[in-house]
Structure formats: C-alpha cells, structure tokens
Design a protein. Sequence first.
Length: 140
Amino acid sequence: MTTHDEAEVIRFTADAVAVTPDRRVLLIQRGWDPYEGHWALPGGHVDIGESSRDAAARELQEETGVKLAAAELRQLGTWDAPGRDPRGRYVTVAYLATVPTGTTVTAGDDARRAAWWPLDALPEQIAFDHAEILRTLTDH
C-alpha cells in the first residue's frame, strides 16, 4: 500500500489491435528502446485533451499508415500490471479494429517496420505485455 507521500506517477497509453478477417494482426518493429527491434502493437501516449480511443487511431495512422476513424475501434481491455513497461508505471487501453485483408501498411514515426502476422504464428520477440493482449483474441 502506498501513502500520499509515495504517490506513483502513472502514464496513460493506448494500443491498436488491427486484425483482418483472415486472422492476421498488424505489428510494428520498434525503432528504439525499450525493446528496440522487438515487435509490438501500434500505440503510444495519450496526448493532453485526447481520448484513449482517439490516441489509438492516431498512433495506428502515424506508425503504420492505416487510417481509421476512432469510432471504428472498440475497446478490448485495460492492462495495468506493475512492471509491464520498464520505463515506469504505464496503463494502456487496447482497442480492436477489423480492417480488410490486404490493407497496405507503411512504417512511420518510431516504427522501423510494419507487417501483418498470422495470429497463430507471431514473432518470438514481442515487446511489453503485447503477447498477453493478443492472447485475448485467441482465448475466445
């Protein structure tokens, strides 16, 4: 238990889980630490005055070139385990979107690469707890 004198700084992020009808998920290869070179969901910090849904749509476009209206994303869940990010305490809300098979992607912003991966053949090196987030898609 923490006291008010030990208040923890918590940062707020949003992630986009873009999937195709043929069960592929869009991942980016991170361009810098933490987890440089690992694959991750497109996502990032929620800006001042921005909703997490809007942030997920913005990050998806910035990092992959895939443009969706925020209304096309539906909330998948919240991940807030201590230690999920080595930079400190981060809470993320993940949003799910279905996009057409064959949607073209282009890496941008802090993404080294962007690619579609079959949900049953994901890369070994997945950053943060994004493998756990992706398991919610296969657990149902």
